[in-house]
Design a protein around this ligand. Structure first.
Ligand code: PLP
Length: 451
């Protein structure tokens, strides 16, 4: 018989555990403790199969920027599916949704980032970037410039290419990553790694690791540096103010292409359209996904400068995905951007709800468990510590404080994620002040139950 929302949760969980392999999940654990079944959502609220109303402090996976349940997107999708559900953009073919979306992204993106290569996800877009920057240097007559520098603890996706760009050692340990030609340097995580240095000195030191790596690898060998303006899945690591200006200086000096991975930071998350504007950098390529469609359809892409695009245009770039510029995904993304723009959602984050959340979030630092509390726009983290003065981590075998806190959040109907002992949020950008109050109240309850 049909599997529906009306089945008992335990039956759904048993079928799920029997047949469905989940990302980033130990499958055997699901058999013991079933997955939470989400049945519907509206605004910032999820409903599960038990009828619980859960405040989604993560906007799904950092993606539902305009909130759940916007009928306009469903209507656009239905219209586009009836008119042209699919056609490709290979071999000198195009269609209106892809044209219109590329034009709109070019209009919103800073500087001369006027060209879009579409993908189905952030991982695919970062794979595109690896091939694109190497092809760029080859076409420029510098084929030896192939190495891409990234950072430890970065997350750039989980395909072979993007997972190799990422600096997640747990991922590298499985299945043969990283691929050759990727080099990692330290991240600007002052709280965990800054020791006795001031945040400013530490930020500068971590940026200068890029220069040291370039010299070590050979000045003529490095193609690009990739980083998120503000590291998201690594734990919402906000870099010291000294970090990005120095990175930009080094990229300029050594002719290194700068790739800003905007998959999380893009489309309003940091209070500007792009995180690159918030940290004041001039990327040559931006990776986009997630907030581009608010997660209503899978779509990503690389937003490319006129200089890089014109060089790539000089050859046949033997690369692309069946769903590059998918008409339904493109039409939905365009409607999402219309809503973000017309409802002034990005301005709202920058001027109203972002500052409101900032006040409440930073006040969490008065809790005995909370060390630093960091926030930019609508992405925020707190570091849990047994000793604020020394910034000590929890001992490894008790290093489950974050996990316990996340479970307590869940029990209090709040989705907040943990990365080690850092708790992170990234709510839908449309969260109201009242909902922010509820989020903070539930976070405080969860923290007091974690102690
Ligand atoms: N880049 C960043 C910064 C991300 O956070 C993610 C996903 O979380 C990706 C890339 C990969 O995107 P996707 O999961 O759409 O492949």
């Amino acid at each position: 018989s049909a599997i529906t929302n009306h089945m008992p949760t335990s039956e759904l969980q048993a079928l799920d555990a029997a047949h469905h392999m989940h990302p980033f999940t130990q499958g055997s654990g699901l058999a013991a403790k079933g997955a939470r079944v989400i049945t519907r959502a509206k605004g910032v609220w999820l409903t599960d199969s038990e009828g619980n109303e859960i405040l989604d402090g993560m906007a799904g996976l950092w993606c539902v920027n305009i909130g759940y349940g916007r009928d306009e997107l469903a209507e656009v999708a239905a219209r586009q599916m009836k008119e042209l559900p699919y056609y490709n953009t290979f071999f000198q073919t195009t269609h209106v949704p892809a044209i219109a979306l590329a034009q709109k992204i070019a209009e919103l993106a800073p500087g001369d980032l006027n060209n879009v290569f579409f993908a189905g996800s952030g991982s695919e877009a970062n794979d595109t970037n690896i091939r694109m920057v190497r092809t760029y240097w080859e076409e420029k007559g510098k084929p030896e410039k192939t190495v891409i520098i990234s950072r430890w603890n970065a997350y750039h996706g989980s395909s072979m290419g993007s997972g190799s760009l990422g600096g997640m050692v747990g991922m590298h340990a499985q299945g043969g990553m990283p691929i050759p030609g990727i080099h990692h340097i330290g991240q600007p995580n002052w709280w965990a790694e800054g020791g006795d240095m001031s945040p400013e000195d530490f930020g500068l030191m971590r940026a200068q690791e890029l220069e040291a790596a370039i010299k070590e690898l050979g000045e003529n060998k490095v193609a690009a540096f990739i980083a998120e303006p503000i590291q998201g899945a690594g734990g919402v690591i906000v870099p010291p103010a000294t970090y990005w200006p120095e990175i930009q200086r080094i990229c300029d000096k050594y002719e290194i292409l700068l790739i800003a991975d905007e998959v999380i930071c893009g489309f309003g998350r940091t209070g500007n359209w792009f995180g690159s504007q918030t940290v004041d950098i001039r990327p040559d390529i931006m990776t986009i996904a997630k907030g581009l469609s608010s997660g209503y359809q899978p779509i990503g892409g690389s937003v490319v400068s006129d200089e890089v695009a014109s060089v790539i245009a000089g050859t046949e770039f033997n690369h692309g995905y069946t769903y590059s510029g998918h008409p339904v995904a493109s039409a939905v993304a365009l409607e999402n951007l219309r809503i973000l723009e017309e409802e002034k959602i990005v301005d709202q984050v920058r001027d109203v709800t972002g500052p409101y959340l900032k006040g409440k979030w930073e006040a969490l630092a008065d809790h005995p468990l909370v060390g630093e509390a960091k926030i930019v726009g609508m992405m925020a983290s707190i570091a849990l510590t047994p000793d604020k003065a020394s910034r000590a981590p929890f001992a490894a075998d008790a290093g489950t404080a974050g996990f316990i806190c996340r479970e307590r959040c869940f029990a209090n109907n709040l989705v907040m994620r943990h990365v080690g002992d850092r708790m992170i949020i990234s709510p839908p950008l449309v969260i109201s002040e009242t909902e922010i109050d509820t989020l903070i109240e539930r976070a405080r309850t969860a923290l007091s139950e974690t102690l």
